[in-house]
Unconditional design. Structure first.
Length: 127
């Protein structure tokens, strides 16, 4: 896989809401780039996704995919904590440390990965 889809820009990201489904991006040219499979889907509780993209944005076979778990913890009637864990980087082989570094590198204004979502999915906190 080349960086051509990256240059085309991401038009959207989709997650098929079921275990065994797929998650993927669609670029501005309408091409679908698979990111991996949905390993667990428990509405209002958690989502586990296989990350089958290598450090150079190439596709990985499912057995080499790391795993992203997103947990939703109710803190009140209009307050939810979102926790994200990305694990199993070693499965990616030689590019594992590069990929792990890309995930851990802070982006502008973001220094941690503990977030709180309030009303209409507005993001508060930093991640």
């Amino acid at each position: 896989m080349t960086d051509e889809p990256v240059k085309a820009g991401v038009a959207g990201i989709a997650i098929e809401p079921r275990a065994g489904g797929h998650w993927y991006e669609v670029d501005r040219r309408g091409r679908r780039i698979d990111w991996g499979e949905v390993r667990a889907f428990e509405p209002d509780r958690r989502l586990v996704l296989g990350w089958a993209i290598s450090a150079d944005r190439g596709q990985e076979p499912p057995e080499r995919a790391s795993e992203v778990e997103v947990r939703f913890l109710a803190l009140g009637p209009k307050l939810t904590r979102v926790e994200v864990e990305h694990r199993g980087f070693a499965r990616h082989g030689a590019g594992a440390e590069l990929l792990r570094g890309a995930w851990l590198r802070p982006t502008a204004g973001r220094t941690s990965c503990s977030n709180t979502l309030r009303r209409r999915d507005r993001l508060h906190g930093r991640c």
